[in-house]
Design a protein around this ligand. Structure first.
Ligand code: 5GP
Length: 117
């Protein structure tokens, strides 16, 4: 398993070196809008501790991350009046992961509206 590399885009976003549209933050978690949204309201939820993906994440990290992901998904579903929500997470490049800091996508879906990409 490849080691976590702190030199990644999401670490720079948390440090404020790359701007982001924050939607939520607490001691353990940061959430922000995806720069290339697949649907209106697409956001990303990340732990503040360094994990490459789900496969190397500590159970406590995962526990708080999924609870916050649920909280944000419910808030976005209400705020955006979404008809459904995709929670998506990739592990390693062959599986589609492009940023190697653990993240959950929250992707709202709307009846009859295709994904943008
Ligand atoms: P992955 O394919 O690794 O699951 O998803 C990475 C996500 O990060 C993509 O949806 C991509 O649009 C998003 N992303 C990449 N760079 C940036 C950035 O600089 N800012 C924001 N807000 N999102 C980014």
């Amino acid at each position: 398993m490849t080691q976590y590399d702190p030199d990644n885009i999401f670490t720079k976003i948390m440090a404020g070196d790359i701007p982001s549209h924050k939607v939520y933050e607490d001691d353990d978690t940061y959430a922000f809008m995806d720069v290339m949204p697949e649907s209106d309201g697409h956001c990303l939820v990340i732990p503040k501790t360094g994990s490459r993906n789900l496969l190397d994440a500590a159970p406590m990290t995962l526990g708080s991350l999924i609870v916050v992901t649920q909280k944000i998904a419910i808030a976005i579903q209400k705020a955006m009046n979404a008809d459904g929500i995709i929670i998506r997470q990739f592990n390693e490049e062959p599986a589609g992961q492009t940023v190697f800091h653990l993240h959950f996508h929250i992707i709202p879906r709307y009846e009859g509206v295709p994904l943008k990409r």
